[in-house]
Design a protein. Structure first.
Length: 145
């Protein structure tokens, strides 16, 4: 399971990723657990940013790196009071419908900001090598800005 910012979280919410069909109730489970639960561990991705490098060399990861991680469950006990959904197919699939809006907004915002950064980088390169003076570049710039 992939999680963003798990290494700095106090608790983790494990929930549906895709809807389940009737007959798959054994796989219908959503819960919350503390990050220090026995048997629960985090394999965090090493950041791309090396503290010894200048920020100029790592303009994004020196400021905005995401703490992606894989969550590993090895015989983790989840108490009943931590269960949100257990076997209730309708409730489980309803959680997906409720969460889609947030997920879409978060993913779109993140992707938009990355795209803006790459567009800015491409524009800076075009200015540095003089390609920004070509009619094709100028026409494209007018359409998108």
């Amino acid at each position: 399971m992939l999680s963003t910012l798990a290494p700095v979280a106090n608790e983790c919410c494990i929930g549906p990723y895709f809807p389940r069909k009737p007959g798959k109730e054994d796989f219908v489970l959503a819960f919350q657990i503390p990050m220090n639960t026995p048997g629960f561990s985090i394999l965090a991705r090493q950041t791309y940013y090396d503290q010894g490098q200048p920020e100029f060399d790592r303009p994004l990861t020196s400021r905005f790196d995401e703490g992606d991680a894989i969550l590993v469950f090895e015989e983790v006990f989840v108490p009943d009071d931590r269960l949100v959904v257990n076997g209730d197919l309708e409730a489980y699939n309803s959680m997906i419908r409720l969460g889609v809006g947030y997920t879409a907004i978060q993913a779109t915002t993140r992707s938009t900001m990355k795209l803006r950064s790459l567009t800015g980088l491409a524009t800076a390169i075009a200015r540095a090598n003089g390609r920004d003076k070509t009619p094709r570049f100028q026409a494209a710039s007018l359409r998108h800005w």
